[in-house]
Design a protein around this ligand. Structure first.
Ligand SMILES: Cc1ncc(COP(=O)(O)O)c(C=O)c1O
Length: 422
């Protein structure tokens, strides 16, 4: 990977503030956009800004648009090696994709859905809501102490019976750890249990092959993979998507409607894409998929790891810093979340930003439930560094040096433990 060359593609990385460049380490939240993607967005608005991606209009512009949307769907298909482009449903984001499954799956009362204990709110709230309405029971597989997946506990729970669906975060946005999805899916399938993967953090960073994984449903957002905002994907096997009720219906989903009988719905993928779509975003999503495939997903994973190892090794030298999750950087993709075990530090994110334009995320990363279940001391804030293909070792050095300054200035602050006893 030629990082200098890659960085040229990202206009935002060429900005400066107070004479210093941006150091963008908040990629788990949102990735920067290369020119290939912003150009694709503009292509729609400048060349064929019309409706008709679904085939309703048959004129010149609509035909060109239809061609572009179909190409984008095929790019996404290739990115995750889906069997067919019809298995790619465009949604607004991963959250909508997960809600689509939750609200369309044919649950029966007393059904049990299993998740991990590290779910992003987007793969937790939909299930908690359905539980509150008495539609199902939500159970949690608690992680091991080092936040890795406890396959033995899952085995015991699956063998005990009664589980209808398993929906799990593939790569955690909390600590970067990736669950053993293939083993989990094999185990669940042996008991006829379909599996949903929340792949919001894995698809942008790893080669994902849905056929090799044999996963039933896979949800992700395009904005974390250098694509535009407002586009997500729900992948499903044909038979898995066919089991879902299309809960959002209307224009674009039907072949015919009547007053005396049910509407006649279109086939996949159209019956899940109601209303005029975000065509600009969809076309740009295709451009983002092509961009990542050109660079190579294996190269991206390796680059993430090399930077992660560098940062982790430095952080692990501080007695007062605790890196969350497994200590081996190879198991944490591009994410390093850590606690500084000192009181009264203020927001490290603000300090890094103010001192050297270093943009990280602090707080609970939409995984509040994990913090609450583990009695994490809320007086100390977690800080997350999340890396991506355009980040460099020099940026990591600048981060370590800036953090070192902060650590030195605050070395006499009172020490506390991360876990509270209450
Ligand atoms: C693991 C995980 N799941 C789901 C989501 C939700 O993504 P979106 O807000 O794009 O729907 C995120 C976003 O941070 C995430 O990290």
């Amino acid at each position: 990977m030629d990082i200098d060359q890659i960085r040229q593609d990202f206009a935002a990385l060429r900005r400066s503030r107070a004479g210093k460049p941006p150091i963008y380490f908040d990629n788990a939240s949102m990735a920067m956009k290369p020119q290939a993607v912003t150009g694709a967005l503009m292509r729609y608005y400048e060349l064929f800004p019309t409706a008709g991606g679904d085939g309703r209009s048959v004129h010149w512009f609509a035909n060109e648009l239809r061609e572009e949307v179909s190409k984008a769907r095929m790019s996404l298909q290739r990115l995750i090696n889906a069997q067919s482009p019809d298995g790619i449903i465009f949604t607004k984001n991963a959250t909508e994709s997960l809600n689509l499954v939750a609200h369309s799956y044919p649950f029966q009362q007393c059904d049990v859905i299993l998740t991990t204990d590290k779910e992003h709110n987007s793969n937790l709230c939909p299930w908690r809501n359905l539980e509150a309405k008495g539609r199902l029971r939500h159970e949690v597989v608690r992680s091991n102490d080092d936040n890795t997946f406890d396959l033995e506990t899952l085995k015991k729970r699956i063998r005990a019976g009664g589980v209808t669906l398993v929906s799990m975060v593939h790569t955690s946005n909390l600590d970067g750890y990736t669950i053993p999805a293939k083993e989990i899916i094999e185990l669940c399938h042996a008991y006829d249990i379909p599996v949903v993967l929340d792949a919001a953090q894995s698809v942008p960073h790893k080669r994902i092959d849905v056929q090799e994984l044999d996963v039933d449903y896979l949800a992700f957002s395009v904005h974390k993979m250098c694509g535009p905002t407002g586009v997500g994907v729900l992948y499903g096997k044909k038979e898995s998507l066919s089991r879902l009720d299309n809960f959002m219906v209307g224009g674009g989903t039907v072949a015919d409607t009547f007053y005396h009988r049910e509407p006649l719905y279109l086939d996949l993928p159209w019956r899940f894409e109601a209303g005029l779509q975000n065509y600009a975003g969809v076309i740009a999503a295709g451009a983002a998929a092509e961009y990542l495939m050109r660079i190579g997903l294996e190269n991206i994973s390796q680059h993430d790891y090399e930077l992660n190892r560098y940062v982790s090794e430095h952080l692990q030298r501080y007695e007062d810093i605790e890196v969350l999750g497994p200590q081996d950087a190879r198991l944490r993709g591009g994410i390093i979340t850590f606690f500084i075990k000192r009181l009264g530090l203020g927001d490290i994110g603000e300090q890094l930003d103010q001192r050297n334009n270093i943009m990280v995320r602090t707080g609970t990363f939409c995984v509040h439930s994990w913090f609450n279940a583990r009695s994490i001391n809320r007086n100390i804030t977690a800080t997350r560094v999340s890396l991506y293909l355009y980040n460099t070792i020099d940026e990591c050095k600048a981060f370590i040096e800036t953090l070192d300054e902060i650590m030195y200035e605050t070395k006499d602050f009172p020490r506390v433990e991360v876990m509270t006893s209450d």
